[in-house]
Design a protein around this ligand. Structure first.
Ligand SMILES: *Cc1c(COP(=O)(O)O)cnc(C)c1O
Length: 358
């Protein structure tokens, strides 16, 4: 048993693991084997395993919280597991029972429950993963797979620290007919170089544009929202739509849309804002706030976009308002969701109730 860290606040995202993990193997002839929760360990994997060659892989990212009543709860776990099942089908990895996996995750957390941070904004990050382990090197569907779950305590969410984004239309994250809507590992490796270029340009992350009209789609591995006065003078919250398959259907994205519709205080549109519209809204001082959302990063305001103009090759520095005191929507969403997660515990949270499955 490892010692728990002395300070929760120093725990950076994804660097520290809890003591235990869960794993379960599958093969085409026998189906799923007995799940195993055991101390965190390395895998013994054949170098020909398909995941190592063709990235037959998918993952999820979800959170558990310690409530003010000291009970541990999962946030909308069924949404993540549903999405994981969709990724599995797209990746030709095996389907599984959603409830059974939530139970297994709950049991693993129960064993490591002292790792769920006691700090105000800390959480336990849960990483379910599935890989194709078939040790034959042909490009083909894997006849063997492993599903496993890792747990990372995270001290404080960095949410709220504004980020700057590089918008270079030369790069795309996802495309029509591709797999951008699925959390498959193959979507992320190609983004790292663009992230590196963004850093070189003095930005935190990439803003993904699409097509000749330069639609805004996502930022890094986060969904995006634009809150502005639209051209008709209406207050409007805009986020890109899911139906084209370019956008990862974020659980945070969905939560924000549900809350905003409940509040019913401004127009809500699921459509793509374009770079041209962003520039115009800034010029005409209609932009209120732009922000990014994701389980790992929370709700993050955008304070600057470095936009590389395709025609002139020049970079334009666009400054965005972040703390519009009149209506700090970012903070309101952040506070409301955190309140649901640790205090009021509405219908979106599931209290850990591990059943004895062994
Ligand atoms: C995971 C992810 C998101 C955010 O989804 P959440 O369910 O809110 O965590 C957004 N975009 C991409 C590309 C992602 O991988």
């Amino acid at each position: 048993m490892k010692l728990k860290p002395l300070s929760w606040d120093n725990l950076k995202f994804g660097q520290v693991y809890t003591d235990h993990m869960m794993e379960v193997d599958w093969n085409q002839s026998k189906g799923w084997s007995k799940p195993l929760i055991s101390p965190l360990h390395n895998f013994d994997i054949h170098p020909g395993a398909k995941v190592l060659h063709y990235a037959i892989e998918l993952f999820e990212g979800m959170k558990a919280f310690r409530g003010v009543d000291n009970k541990i709860r999962l946030f909308r776990p069924e949404k993540n597991i549903e999405r994981m099942k969709r990724s599995a089908i797209r990746a030709t990895l095996p389907d599984f029972d959603a409830e059974e996996l939530i139970k297994l995750i709950s049991n693993t957390i129960e064993i490591d429950k002292e790792w769920v941070p006691y700090s105000d904004t800390g959480f336990l990050y849960i990483r379910p993963t599935m890989i194709g382990t078939d040790p034959t090197i042909g490009v083909a569907v894997s006849t063997q797979a492993k599903l496993f779950v890792l747990l990372n305590p995270v001290g404080t969410s960095t949410g709220f620290q504004p980020v700057s984004l590089l918008a270079d239309p030369e790069y795309v994250r996802a495309f029509s007919g591709g797999v951008g809507a699925y959390k498959m590992g193959c979507n992320y490796a190609p983004t790292l170089l663009v992230g590196k270029i963004a850093h070189k340009m003095g930005c935190h992350q990439a803003l993904w544009l699409y097509d000749t009209d330069e639609k805004l789609t996502e930022a890094s591995a986060m969904n995006i929202f634009v809150y502005w006065k639209n051209e008709n003078g209406e207050e409007e919250l805009v986020t890109p739509p899911l139906e084209d398959g370019l956008i990862l259907p974020g659980v945070t994205r969905d939560s924000i849309l549900v809350l905003a519709r409940e509040w019913n205080e401004f127009k809500i549109s699921e459509r793509y804002p374009t770079m041209e519209e962003i520039q115009r809204s800034l010029k005409e001082k209609r932009m209120l706030q732009m922000f990014c959302t994701g389980t790992a990063s929370g709700i993050v305001p955008v304070n600057r976009i470095v936009y590389k103009n395709k025609k002139t090759k020049e970079c334009e520095n666009l400054l965005l308002p972040t703390m519009e005191s009149r209506s700090n929507l970012v903070k309101r969403f952040y506070d409301t969701i955190l309140d649901i997660q640790v205090i009021t515990c509405s219908q979106w949270v599931v209290t850990l109730n591990p059943r004895n499955i062994f």
